[in-house]
Write a protein that binds this ligand. Structure first.
Ligand code: TRP
Length: 448
């Protein structure tokens, strides 16, 4: 271990911090609305399949690269192939992290706002809330400041400690909400929509959406797992750790759906509502419940915390890059990057009705993303960049570094990986890059 980088204090600390990165708005806000827009249960099946056959093996590749090099994404590639232009993939990851952090923190700010809205007893209209520029910008700024404060505290003191305490609380609250939502009259239809697959609804667009969601939700494709893997010791088992991370992440997403869809059908709302879904359905649900204002406030508080463990990880990647490569002190660079990100996210914050200019800012074709700046950012960084980054990284790991070297790294400290050694090499070299490549082509309408 090099001096001054930091390291997880235990295996479970690493699993919880990486799960904290993975579990966030992607599971509770994004997953249900993507399910709603892509036909329900059939999407869920495709999603879970992709998580297991692509997400998990790919995650192992990133973790192996991180632990071998003990570096951020740029430094990791430079350590293995000094001077090569593959380093560019690392830079892409750093930039993607900043891009995601910018719009993600805007939405995280809304969740903080909803803590207070629930407490007030009158959640009011979501549309007028997000179009109020001052409110939204203050909440957004607040969220970035909290994120930076924790990242400032370093790896095991800041990131790890928080994840350990708060994630289990969120889990317990969600179990309670599943029971409540499914006891509502009319909720059965929602369960059916969510769990009875109609496979005729699957097409190329649905598969792409599932892949994009899997990478986003598992925090893959931008070198986050390289960075978190760099803080893992050689004696830890990366294989079983990745298994836990993938399991927890999928579990929370599935649980979010088990609350949302029954509640939504019980209220007679439309599952294709899109990005508003969580902010509309959850408050409705809470307002019907006994002690709903307090349960609602706790829910949005925990959702904010889940988002926080994700924004921490997003900020950690550019910070680790500057600390390792440019030798700047962590405590200073954190605030500089946080401020730059804040500026980058302002258009997203204003794009939900506050500014007409940013609300109709389409630079992408309409079939790819909604016209507001936030949705455009979400597509560019949260979908395209992650898939593209994952394609390049899987080629790098599979062919340039070499899947065999990566597999040897994974075998170290792992009892069970040996049984998957050859399969994994095949997946990393052929299956994963080819599938991602096809899906990217499809994105550009090559197969239309
Ligand atoms: N996975 C997080 C979520 O589901 C978001 C996130 C955090 C992320 N770090 C990431 C996405 C790195 C991609 C890459 O909310």
């Amino acid at each position: 271990m090099q001096a001054n980088r930091g390291e997880w204090s235990s295996k479970i600390g690493f699993i919880l911090a990486a799960s904290g990165s993975a579990i966030g708005l992607g599971n509770i806000w994004r997953f249900p609305y993507i399910v709603g827009q892509n036909g329900g249960a059939a999407f869920v099946v495709v999603y879970l399949l992709i998580v297991v056959i692509i997400g998990l093996p790919y995650m192992l590749g990133e973790l192996a690269l991180g632990r071998t090099s003990q570096k951020n994404p740029v430094g990791a590639i430079d350590a293995i192939t000094p001077g090569s232009s593959w380093k560019g993939v690392g830079y892409l990851g750093v930039i993607t992290g900043l891009g995601i952090l910018s719009f993600y923190s805007v939405i995280a700010g809304w969740t903080v706002g909803y803590i207070f809205k629930m407490l007030s007893g009158h959640p009011g209209s979501f549309g007028s809330f997000i179009s109020d520029p001052l409110q939204v910008i203050i909440l957004y700024a607040f969220f970035i400041v909290i994120t930076a404060t924790i990242v400032h505290g370093g790896v095991s003191g800041g990131i790890e400690r928080w994840s350990k305490i708060l994630m289990p609380v969120l889990f317990v609250l969600m179990v309670g909400l599943i029971i409540y939502a499914n006891s509502l009259p009319g909720s059965g239809k929602g369960l059916e929509f969510y769990l009875m697959p109609d496979f005729s609804k699957i097409d190329g667009r649905v598969i792409l959406a599932a892949l994009g969601q899997a990478f986003f939700s598992l925090s893959l494709g931008m070198g986050l797992m390289i960075t978190y893997g760099s803080y893992v010791t050689k004696s830890d088992d990366l294989f079983s750790s990745a298994g836990y991370i993938v399991f927890f992440d999928s579990l929370i997403a599935i649980m979010a759906g088990l609350i949302i869809f029954p509640a939504l059908f019980a209220s007679g709302l439309n599952p294709e509502e899109g990005a508003k879904l969580v902010f509309v359905v959850f408050p409705e649900l809470f307002m019907k419940m006994p002690a709903g204002t307090i349960v609602g406030a706790i829910f949005f508080l925990l959702l904010s915390v889940a988002a926080l463990t994700s924004t921490i990880s997003l900020l950690e990647v550019p910070v680790a890059f500057m600390v390792d490569e440019k030798k700047v002190p962590r405590k200073k660079i954190v605030w500089i990057i946080a401020f730059a990100t804040f500026l980058l996210g302002l258009p997203s914050a204003l794009s939900q009705g506050a500014s007409e200019f940013f609300t109709n800012f389409a630079f992408l074709p309409q079939r790819l993303a909604d016209p507001d700046f936030l949705s455009q950012m979400s597509f560019v960084f949260g979908d395209f960049s992650l898939a593209f980054g994952a394609l390049l990284l899987s080629i790098y790991i599979g062919w340039i570094w070499g899947a065999k070297n990566a597999a040897l790294e994974l075998a170290e400290g792992s009892r069970f990986f040996k049984g998957f050694f050859t399969v994994w090499i095949f997946m990393m070299r052929y299956f994963i890059p080819i599938v991602i490549f096809i899906i990217l082509l499809n994105l550009f309408g090559i197969f239309d």
